[in-house]
Design a protein around this ligand. Sequence first.
Ligand SMILES: C[S@@+](CC[C@H](N)C(=O)[O-])C[C@H]1O[C@@H](n2cnc3c(N)ncnc32)[C@H](O)[C@@H]1O
Length: 311
Amino acid sequence: MMPSMTAELEECRRLLAARNPADALARVDGLLTAGPGPLAAREVRLECLMALGRFEMAHELAAGILATDPGNAVAERHRLVLEHALRKPDLGAPAPGLRPFHSEVPREVLLRIQQAVHHYTYRRLQMVKDPFSLALYPMLLGALRPRTIIEIGSKAGGSALWFGDLLASLHIDGHVHSIDVIPVTDVQQANVTFHQGNGRRLEQSLSAQFLATCARPLLVVEDADHTRETSLAVLEFFHPHLRAGEYIVIEDGILSDLYPQIFPDCSSGPHVALRDFLSRRGSDYVIDPAYCDFFGYNATWASNGFLRKIA
Ligand SMILES: C[S@@+](CC[C@H](N)C(=O)[O-])C[C@H]1O[C@@H](n2cnc3c(N)ncnc32)[C@H](O)[C@@H]1O
């Protein structure tokens, strides 16, 4: 190696040690303009990419270094860490029928999150959503691109506004209809309408003509009183209207795991309703692991509750 390169790499290492990986990368890249360059420079580049959080590029570079120098200790150390960290969890294919209702999130973690859930706000309005849902719904909306969202249970209107904002930010020309026995009257947004209605008697709020003509795809979010009666009524009401590929999300089955003394053997209202509904109509739906299990098995308040209609 040229003495000037040795000095330059020393400077890169000094920058790295001083926690300045961006400048270290710029300098080392100056040495690697033509071809792969000497091993020492590539190792420094690898350290820079790791420190910057550019893990996919680091993984590729580690593999490249190991291809030329199979025993390279620096590359092997990072490759091992990255191989594990970057592996996409295997969620398995959605299977028709029932599956265990428990969540693998430890109960003490669920209980601590639940305390915060009731104090979460969006645009200064209460929004009763767990952090898993906050991450999962944007993915679902991005994939499904629903043009109509029907929410049962508005409370302060925070979640309806959030869904409306998500539609807008995803450039989806869609509309949110949010229904509650006590309707929201003090929140206005162009792509959100609040309605008075009861999840147990939705035919009084949503006419067959409205459902036949509303823009598709449709996403239904059931987040009302979490009784078996309401969850089941909502599932049964929407069953004939949902089309293949559309989703109905039944929230808060997690109450089974939060309060097993009240809901032993996964007997929260949403869980009992899901079990009942799927035992009769299971061949028409799958519980979608892409959402239920994204962060871990049933790591969501809507445990076993992301249903995709398949028929
Ligand atoms: C859990 S909160 C909804 C939270 C809201 N979706 C959010 O994420 O911020 C439940 C709401 O459902 C409403 N509700 C309870 N039973 C209902 C029913 N049978 N039909 C419609 N709404 C109901 C309550 O008035 C309450 O506002």
